[in-house]
Design a protein around this ligand. Sequence first.
Ligand SMILES: NC(=O)C1=CN([C@@H]2O[C@H](COP(=O)(O)OP(=O)(O)OC[C@H]3O[C@@H](n4cnc5c(N)ncnc54)[C@H](O)[C@@H]3O)[C@@H](O)[C@H]2O)C=CC1
Ligand SMILES: CC(C)CC(=O)C(=O)O
Ligand SMILES: [Mg+2]
Length: 359
Amino acid sequence: MTHKILVLPGDGIGPEIVAEAVKVLNVFTAEGNLSVALEYANIGGIAYDKEGQPYPDSTRALAQKADAILLGAVGGPQYDTLDRPLRPERGLLAIRADLGLFANLRPAILYEELASASTLKPEVVAGLDIMIVRELTGGIYFGQPRGIRVLENGERQGFNSATYTESEIERIARVGFETAMKRNKRLCSVDKANVLEVCELWREIVEKVGKEYPEVELSHMYVDNAAMQLVRAPKQFDVIVTSNLFGDVLSDAAAMLTGSIGMLPSASLNSSACGLYEPIHGSAPDIAGQGIANPLATILSVAMLLRYSLNRPELAERVEAAVEKVLASGVRTGDIYTEGCRKIGTVAMGDAVVAALQG
Ligand SMILES: NC(=O)C1=CN([C@@H]2O[C@H](COP(=O)(O)OP(=O)(O)OC[C@H]3O[C@@H](n4cnc5c(N)ncnc54)[C@H](O)[C@@H]3O)[C@@H](O)[C@H]2O)C=CC1
Ligand SMILES: CC(C)CC(=O)C(=O)O
Ligand SMILES: [Mg+2]
């Protein structure tokens, strides 16, 4: 069976890191182990430049037919002055909403070889393996009304709405509990229920769903404390389930526990097999075009694609083992570099993973 994979390189370092991730898929097809048809399309700023929209109809048509989507990143300072609906980030929100990708899995796993690159002491992060389950199509990123309005006194006011319906909370809570069931049966729901009504409802519904999973030890934590606990004693967490905004912020923080934001992959899923796979980081305009971005988060996103959309866990494990082998060999991109290692660029890192897969 040939799988249709839509590749959306996007902006900034997006094309550089996606090119390395595609090499990994090419290894499996060359071996005769996988049959994929890759199609390329635009999203984000490049899509605005070429087609006038950050999520053009042409991309949408391909996305709706794809078996899986591999995305780089979107955005860049040159687009910050565009009308809001035309901004690259809106293209990313649009494809997530369009495909109903409400469940975003963000694993924060420390590769042993990177213990000294973590912001925490090696003994505090040894064996770190957290799964952040982030709600992706609701909350304050999507709530209406939103905008900037002029008040009676002439002052402008920015406003957004943090909204979740019971069913939106219920379905992401279920993903959280199901994920916990497959792991260590511990789920921490992160909210701000001491202040926000939307979180009060969140907590109530998570509790209700929890009754169906008596084996899972459920805890609740306010997001400010969760941020502190993550950088104090991260191994207390197994699975975290949280809202769109809180998950976005906490996962960037968790990334640094593993050495770099350039290490964290993600899978955005709905209830069908088609998912979207992307690194958790952005388009990194500060290093774009220099050939120094870390492609490992995107390569590890390919592993998630193989596992969740193509149902090829054995190939996913090979990718993860290849990354481990490359790190054990001592090569590093700049973001994960520590003394005694050899610094290499984006392409060399991709080539090293390919060589490890073939070796
Ligand atoms: N999923 C996406 O497409 C996302 C897009 N963005 C957009 O990206 C643009 C830049 O946003 P920032 O806040 O600067 O976040 P960012 O994640 O792009 O960069 C933050 C810092 O991490 C570094 N970094 C990120 N990825 C790296 C990698 N693979 N290797 C080495 N270093 C890496 C960057 O150089 C920068 O110093 C903005 O336009 C933003 O809206 C931001 C986050 C997610
Ligand atoms: C740019 C945002 C739309 C997304 C983001 O920061 C993320 O999903 O991590
Ligand atoms: Mg983010």
